[in-house]
Design a protein around this ligand. Structure first.
Ligand code: TXA
Ligand code: MG
Length: 305
């Protein structure tokens, strides 16, 4: 069953029931060596799934749970290998969406849940989008409205010598460092540690191209292209650019926020909406390169690949 979390919709199964977890892989057409995140009712449950849990894990949990931070820990021997993709590690988090959290609390157990989409597709941030991807392949989706963050959780590896971020997300490196009281690394290439971080991922069906605002003006506006922009400069560029013969006045432009958190919240939904229009191309204005845009830039890079 697909359930809303504060990040994206997840496809959940009891994490201690390997037969149920296996159905997730079938429904998503996901390779079985891709491990799943175990969602817990509270930090107290960590010790049922992981061992040798460092003190930092509890401090981070105290600060960020329930919320969009996933911790990678050493798994306990009895955790099913289908959950961990055969690895010695387990990823855990306590989600903050009230519906998901209340289900976890009533079960008093862990739920394994990847994003509720077919492998490599865009993660759903609405119930409609989850159904679009998985209708006929899952029993139901619980509609909890649009997701608060819209991008997947930050994944922090606490097994490495020093903590490292494996997937950028809503909880920034700076906030983690301030709790840990030391540096947190962000390896650029970490495909081995996180198989889900393959180079092409989070993809709409329509080809996607990144472009600076200036570049947009040098091409004529085309009704077969969708435009995803964030700066007022890009909007005025598009306003002033010549229309090619095919437009009939129709242009598909979506403007997202200049605030990276709000941009992230609306990104997948906007890409999904443009994808539904069966265009030839989606042109995305390149976001700023600063660290607060890291999670957004990471997803866009993979979507464009
Ligand atoms: O926000 C989120 O994290 C959402 C919601 C539903 O909680 N979940 C999510 O799950 O994005 P998924 O499966 O789409 O991405 C989980 C990522 C994958 O890249 C996977 O490889 C990595 O977490 N992961 C999970 N367990 C791991 C492990 N034991 N070792 C290394 N990577 C792991
Ligand atoms: Mg996913």
């Amino acid at each position: 069953m697909a359930l809303p979390t504060e990040t994206v919709y997840g496809l959940a199964a009891l994490a201690d029931d390997p037969a149920a977890v296996e159905k997730i892989f079938v429904a998503k057409r996901r390779p079985v060596d891709h491990p799943l995140i175990v969602h817990l009712p509270s930090a107290d449950h960590m010790s049922a799934w992981a061992e040798e849990i460092p003190d930092t894990a509890y401090r981070l949990a105290e600060q960020f749970w329930p919320g969009p931070l996933t911790l990678l820990l050493k798994k306990k021997a009895d955790v099913a290998s289908i959950v961990t993709g055969g690895k010695e590690t387990v990823a855990v988090r306590v989600p903050s969406h009230p519906l998901f959290l209340s289900i976890l609390q009533r079960l008093d157990k862990g739920l394994a849940a990847p994003s509720a989409n077919l492998y490599k597709q865009l993660s759903p941030t609405t119930a409609e989008q989850a159904l679009q991807s998985l209708s006929g392949r899952i029993a139901a989706v619980l509609d909890g409205g649009p997701c608060e963050f819209g991008l997947e959780s930050t994944i922090l590896n606490l097994i490495a010598e020093s903590p490292e971020i494996l997937r950028a997300g809503p909880v920034s490196r700076g906030r983690i460092e301030s709790v840990i009281g030391g540096p947190v690394h962000m390896p650029i290439s970490h495909d081995v540690a996180v198989p889900g971080n393959v180079e092409s991922h989070y993809q709409p069906k329509t080809p996607l191209q990144m472009m600076a605002a200036e570049q947009m003006a040098t091409n004529s506006i085309n009704s077969r292209s969708g435009y995803l922009v964030w700066s007022s400069k890009a909007v005025s560029m598009l306003d002033g650019a010549p229309l090619d013969g095919t437009t009939n006045g129709t242009t598909h432009i979506r403007q997202l926020s200049e605030d990276p958190l709000l941009y992230g919240r609306d990104l997948y939904r906007s890409l999904y909406e443009l994808d539904q229009l069966d265009l030839d191309c989606i042109i995305v204005e390149t976001p700023p390169g600063s660290e607060i845009w890291m999670a957004v830039n990471d997803r866009l890079r993979r979507a464009a690949n």
